[in-house]
Design a protein around this ligand. Structure first.
Ligand SMILES: Cc1cc2nc3c(=O)[nH]c(=O)nc-3n(C[C@H](O)[C@H](O)[C@H](O)COP(=O)(O)OP(=O)(O)OC[C@H]3O[C@@H](n4cnc5c(N)ncnc54)[C@H](O)[C@@H]3O)c2cc1C
Length: 704
């Protein structure tokens, strides 16, 4: 009986890894272009915004190409055959390639752009002969400074790769607080990570800014308590223990004692992947707190309505732990990608930049390699893993009429790609990159003469990260309502010259693509539209730097067309947008359980073709994308190899002990071992143990 319960526990806690089910197509309704745009013109707080196109039917849709991103014609130096070929060097692709190498699989990452990192790459602009470096995407990273539960940090430790960072503790908010339900005078407040009761901590902010501080505290505690058991499970089972085959029973067995001692976790399981707003609506009424929760969720694409509860569990548990902090990678965001690359390269991972994959080759129903834009073919012995968005992956599949209709899985492939190509997605993002001169005197003032800047620069409470909401009654997905900016130079002086600062301002992912598509880049109308739409970003920045426009050394507006070209994401999308609450198509066995799993599987109907990245569980964000890459790599190897990695990592830091599947693994190991990896992924990689040393940029340079 006990064994049945344990099996059930392991099954349910990790049911997302259930084998892919080749289900009949669940059609998704494609919005018309008019609908895509109309929903952004008058938004309201309670409506979930998503966009859609039929990528499969628009196979000829050509992305705009931009100078500076490469022509994609590289790959000449790459080998002809690998165990695993990964398309894309985003966080997911690098994680997958590096882990495959660690597992002894010969892997290569093929990246279309001349830079690695995907959404997390940086670019440099030379101005007056001096270099200014900007991140194009993510800026907020918690827990990279020391062993933590952030999958990105765990991965760096698995790979023994160093990532030097600076740290800070707070997020600056510029929001209407006098009228919590709509627009009002904008007020500044600071969300401080860590102990809620510490000076300047979250409870102090609630007491100062909420309409009823004590009520907000009570409700926040009730929310944390409600989700406590589920939240605790984040230290009972790690994303790194997951894999998409029956092997997960053995690799997640370490969570069984937690499940056995917390039986209420069963009752709460349906909440895990469900929309967070259902729990929030039951427990939180105080408007300031509700607003805060929505803004915490929005980085995964949705406010609480639509956001998966599992995403918030991490935040509710970790952001309030004493000692936790946000990190700024020294030398710019791209150093995360470089650290992953270094980690993988020591185990033999190859990377080829400026190498655009034109087609995924499918023979006899199996993905057997890729054809590059240059025409070169690279074959994959075990698997091809696409880190591109589903919309970009669909375009790489061979045309249906080029496939043999007798091929195994012919109909399933047609169905899958039509479904994938029409999945709802977030809109695009608008960017403003600004360099300001701190010393320039504008109306008699230097930058430091502004109190708002001094607050950001404060030695003890540095605020490089800012979030701005114009009007609480409008959607937080509305790109003209919510935006953020980040000033890495406040902590890392290497990103621009002395006396200057670099700032990346960006909208939420609800910018409609269509109006941009109709304009010719470089034309007068296009430039005018850029300035018009980016005005809201300037206004956001002026909260902190009132004379930002006069103080600017230069600025660049990055339109959705540029976002699409630089990040290689169809129509500049922020990502797939299946709002939590129902199961996504191809959600596997979970589709038929009370647990609504809002992601398609990593496995696809094509044998040997897997996906990873932020359209896969656990979703948008660098930690999630990296975790999905690790789960894909785990799925490619057998349980023994996977467990060797888990046991090795568990010994690296007390924080990582929970990765060990412990003695309970033996309940399942004999049973599931012959089933791993799935038969289409069989091969002979040999796990590569850590050398005990750390790979740093300096060590890498010395070994050359
Ligand atoms: C403006 C912005 C702000 C963000 N803020 C944060 C934040 O603060 N914190 C956070 O954690 N996350 C944040 N995110 C989200 C996070 O950056 C992403 O979720 C994550 O980086 C996506 O990683 P990925 O693995 O899905 O791959 P992607 O980054 O999408 O990379 C995919 C790669 O595949 C390549 N590719 C595509 N097609 C081909 C092809 N045919 N051939 C070869 N290569 C190809 C692309 O060039 C790209 O490099 C932000 C994102 C943006 C855009």
């Amino acid at each position: 009986m006990m064994r049945v319960i344990l099996a059930l526990a392991a099954t349910t806690t990790t049911a997302l890894v259930a084998p892919s089910l080749r289900s009949a197509r669940s059609p998704t309704r494609v919005r018309s272009i008019a609908e895509n745009v109309a929903q952004t013109q008058e938004t309201s707080r309670d409506k979930v915004m998503t966009f859609s196109y039929d990528t499969e039917r628009e196979r000829a849709y050509e992305k705009p190409t931009y100078k500076g991103t490469g022509d994609g014609m590289g790959g000449g130096d790459a080998g002809d055959e690998y165990d695993v070929v990964v398309i894309g060097s985003g966080m997911g692709g690098l994680a997958c390639g590096a882990m495959c190498a660690k597992y002894g699989e010969k892997s290569i990452v093929l990246e279309s752009h001349i830079k690695m990192g995907g959404s997390a790459h940086s670019f440099t602009k030379v101005h007056n002969k001096e270099k200014y470096s900007f991140e194009v995407g993510p800026s907020i990273f918690e827990g990279l400074d020391k062993p933590s539960l952030n999958p990105l940090r765990i991965l760096l430790d698995v790979l023994d790769s160093e990532l030097p960072v600076e740290t800070y503790q707070g997020l600056a908010y510029w929001v209407p607080t006098s009228n919590f339900d709509g627009a009002g005078p904008v007020k500044y407040w600071r969300f401080q990570l860590g102990d809620v009761e510490a000076p300047g901590g979250f409870y102090e902010s609630l007491r100062e800014h909420a309409s009823d501080g004590e009520l907000a505290i009570k409700e926040f505690e009730a929310l944390r308590n409600r989700l406590k058991t589920l939240g605790g499970s984040t230290t009972a089972v790690c994303l790194f223990n997951l894999r998409q085959d029956p092997g997960f029973l053995a690799t997640t067995a370490g969570s069984l004692p937690y499940v056995a001692t917390h039986p209420d976790v069963f009752a709460d399981l349906p909440l895990t992947f469900d929309s967070l707003h259902k729990t929030v609506d039951q427990l939180v009424t105080e408007p300031f707190l509700r607003n805060f929760i929505d803004t915490m969720c929005i980085f995964c694409g949705f406010p609480a309505k639509g956001a998966m509860t599992a995403h918030m569990l991490y935040i509710l548990e970790r952001f309030f732990e004493p000692g936790c902090s946000y990190s700024v990678p020294k030398g710019g965001t791209e150093n995360i990608a470089r650290a992953l690359h270094r980690g993988g390269a020591q185990f033999g991972m190859d990377i080829s930049l400026n190498t655009h994959v034109a087609e995924i080759l499918v023979e006899g129903g199996r993905a057997c390699g890729v054809r590059l834009k240059s025409g070169k073919v690279i074959r994959a012995r075990k698997a091809v893993v696409s880190n591109a968005t589903p919309f970009d992956t669909v375009k790489m599949l061979p045309a249906q009429d080029a496939l043999d209709p007798e091929m195994p899985g012919f109909a399933a492939l047609q169905d899958w790609r039509q479904t994938l190509g029409t999945l709802p997605r977030h809109g695009a993002i608008l960017h403003l990159f600004v360099a300001v001169d701190a010393e320039k005197v504008v109306d008699g003032k230097k930058l430091a003469d502004h109190a708002s800047w001094r607050a950001a620069e404060d030695e003890t409470a540095k605020n490089p990260a800012h979030l701005i909401v114009q009007d609480w009654s409008r959607s937080m997905q509305d790109s003209q309502n919510l935006c953020s900016f980040f000033i890495p130079s406040l902590l890392d002086r290497s990103v621009c010259p002395e006396g200057k600062h670099v700032i990346h301002v960006y909208s939420s992912g609800g910018e409609p693509y269509e109006p941009w598509e109709q304009l010719e880049p470089g034309s007068e109308a296009y430039e005018a539209y850029k300035e018009e739409r980016a005005n809201i970003l300037w206004e956001a920045l002026e909260n902190c730097i009132p004379d930002a426009r006069e103080r600017a050394e230069f600025h660049i507006v990055g339109s959705p067309l540029a976002h699409e070209a630089f990040l290689r994401r169809d129509r500049g999308t922020y990502g797939m947008a299946w709002a939590a609450g129902t199961s996504a198509p191809y959600a596997g066995l979970l589709k038929f359980t009370p647990i609504p799993f809002p992601f398609p599987n990593l496995k696809t109907p094509v044998d040997g073709l897997l996906r990873c990245g932020d359209s896969c569980f656990p979703g948008i964000g660098t930690p999630s994308a990296a975790a999905s890459g690790v789960i894909a790599a785990n799925t490619i190897v057998n349980v023994e190899t996977h467990i060797a990695m888990l046991e090795e990592t568990a010994k690296k830091d007390p924080m990582y002990k929970f990765l060990s599947p412990g003695p309970f693994q033996w309940l399942y190991r004999g049973l599931v071992s012959p089933l791993t990896p799935s038969k289409e992924l069989r091969g002979s990689g040999v796990f590569q143990p850590s050398s005990g040393g750390r790979v740093s940029a300096a060590a890498e340079a010395a070994s050359r």
